[in-house]
Design a protein around this ligand. Sequence first.
Ligand code: FRU
Length: 499
Amino acid sequence: TANTDKFRPVYHHTPLYGWMNDANGLVYKDGEYHLYFQYNPYGSKWGNMHWGHSVSRDLVHWEHLPPAIACDTLGHIFSGSSVVDKENVAGYGAGSILAFYTSASDKNGQNQCLAFSKDNGRTFTKYEKNPILCPSDGLKDFRDPKVFRYEPEDKWVMIVSADKEMRFYDSKNLKDWNYMSSFGEGYGVQPCQFECPDMVELPIDGEINRKKWALIVNVNPGCYFGGSATQYFTGNFDGTKFICDNQPNVTKWLDWGKDHYATVCFSNTSDRTVAIPWMSNWQYCNIVPTKQFRSANALPRELGLYTQDGELYLSAAPVAETKTLRKENKEIPSFTVSNDYHIDSLLTDNNGAYELALEITTGKAEIMGFSLFNDKGEKVDIYFNLPEKRLVMDRTKSGIVDFGKNSVPHEIEAHDRRKTTSINYIDDFALATWAPIKKENKYALDIFIDKCSVEIFLNGGKIAMTNLVFPSEPYNRMCFYSKGGTFNVDSFNAYRLGL
Ligand code: FRU
């Protein structure tokens, strides 16, 4: 397919044509990362849900394969997960890939189904006795099965999002499922629809002998800045139920931007945990100004657990493989920002696909940051507001923004780490997002720009912020500024990125 889409990312995964939402069935096997995804092959808006399929050996170069599971007379093939059945408990042969998805239609509702692949995930056969799990109480929203192995009891666990909670089931043969428990009612940002669960056990601060579970709960709406976002809970899992470490009103966010949703992790990756976020928001995903395709996935991210002030949080850093994308490097010598400091040409022949890696020392500045802009004056502002302890990204004037306007302001009730606030947003797209930060002497920023997206990673992924932008030409200039005192840019590298 010829690429006539000026906003098509260079190094992010996108479907060749058509519509994509959630990553599905992420599984690693025999050196291949399988990325299935909610896919409409017939148009660039949501509909006719299939599982599209791409495969990669390094998480950055993706090969497009034909859709793996097509919708049928029972309905759409909604989101779900995959596992490798090493011990052949399901009877399709050791090493077969089993996919769990939701069959969804107005007529039949939402039911969990199974399909198996004996050819390394290329083609799937639907189980003849589908569905394998229906809502016992006739619940309308009952979907996105996540299946994982629970070693201590030599069994499998399935988590299904069930309206405003997650339901847990277990099974020995991956076909017969028993209800165990529910979690979530009243937890986190409220009220909102739970979707796309995942649950991973991770070492705390990299110490392999101390582990905790993180339950990932995608919520729509519920994003602090409107629309869809990914929250998580940390706690324990005893094989039957999840016990949260925190009070129900505590909300932890995996990403602080507006374009990060339906994030789930690969199965079968042994000691690494890699998540793929869908890089859009249900508020406007169907009307963003791309044409041949709609939606990209954000960079695959390695998840970890870290402690801060006695609390556990998830970090999300771009996978190490991302470094192989670096082409030429422009190294900018260190400088101090007191008055505006301009960089007039960031990269020669900038095609809009690059990375900015900066280390800064705070000094006495209260506000410190920069605008990233183009000759049309379209810009993104990224700055620290130290008195308010915030890292902010403002895309109000980033380029095409008008598709996000609402005629009526809508109020969003949301929580941050410290307090509950409600904000009126009249515009779903032209706004700033921010993350709470600790005041520190030094910060490291790693920022990935790819045609229509900006992903910010602070201090190795302790904070991640993902936002779309649609500039009419690449941002190739910068202006650093400070208020209240100076700050220092100790190191600054701009890398052109390419495949
Ligand atoms: C999340 C979601 C899932 C559902 C899928 C449908 O974005 O709403 O809950 O399975 O998208 O495409």
